[in-house]
Design a protein around this ligand. Structure first.
Ligand SMILES: [Zn+2]
Length: 107
């Protein structure tokens, strides 16, 4: 007597898209940062790219994280203080009587 139903692998899967690219959604989301940093093998990069192009669930994650990385890289371009801070420092020094240039005020 076997009233235990065996698991059916071909049962209707949830709506998770699983294209024939070799990677599933969990793998894509797990390795998304490495993909964006191009740290994966070329064939795996291609599999990730294919999945992201086909899967509407993973693409928003990719789009968000890509924009996030772009914002970070944009910030790293200006490591020195912004001009606004420089102006405020120089303005404070001038008020304290310090003049960066030896300009004689005749008046
Ligand atoms: Zn997916």
């Amino acid at each position: 007597m076997s009233d235990k139903q065996p698991p059916r692998p071909d049962a209707s899967q949830p709506a998770a898209a699983k294209p024939k690219s070799g990677v599933d959604c969990a793998t894509v989301l797990e390795q998304l940062w490495e993909y964006l940093d191009s740290e994966l093998l070329p064939e795996h990069m291609q599999a990730m790219r294919t999945h992201l192009a086909l899967c509407s669930r993973c693409y928003p994650h990719y789009d968000f994280e890509k924009a996030f990385l772009e914002a970070i890289s944009a910030c790293q371009c200006t490591r020195c203080a912004p001009d606004d801070v420089k102006c405020r420092v120089i303005d404070s020094l001038r008020r304290a009587g310090f003049s960066p240039t030896s300009s004689k005020s005749t008046g």
